[in-house]
Design a protein around this ligand. Structure first.
Ligand SMILES: [Zn+2]
Length: 94
């Protein structure tokens, strides 16, 4: 079996504050440092199986992020979004 070196890229991160930063990305995954400064990077992806949406919540400050895909489901950007309400979560079908 081949041992593939993953191709890493850099994509923009946009915070609700208007600040911006950069994330490391590979395929549909991205990793970035939260605006709160939590030293362990957050991790997200732009594609979840069965086409569900998915998002990442910082365990330190509860900021919420979404990784945005290109048409080939590769991560192209990370955007901080408003928190997902419980109401919204209940609308997710299993
Ligand atoms: Zn945070």
């Amino acid at each position: 079996m081949a041992d593939i070196e993953l191709t890493l890229s850099t994509v923009p991160v946009t915070f609700l504050s208007g600040n911006s930063a950069f994330a490391g990305a590979e395929g549909n995954n991205a990793a970035w440092i939260c605006e709160c400064g939590e030293p362990i990077p957050l991790l997200g992806r732009c594609y979840f199986q069965f086409g569900h949406d998915c998002h990442t919540v910082c365990p330190a400050c509860s900021r919420t992020y979404r990784v945005l895909p290109d048409p080939n489901k590769r991560a192209t950007a990370v955007q901080e979004i408003r928190p997902i309400t419980q109401q919204g979560a209940q609308n997710v079908q299993p």
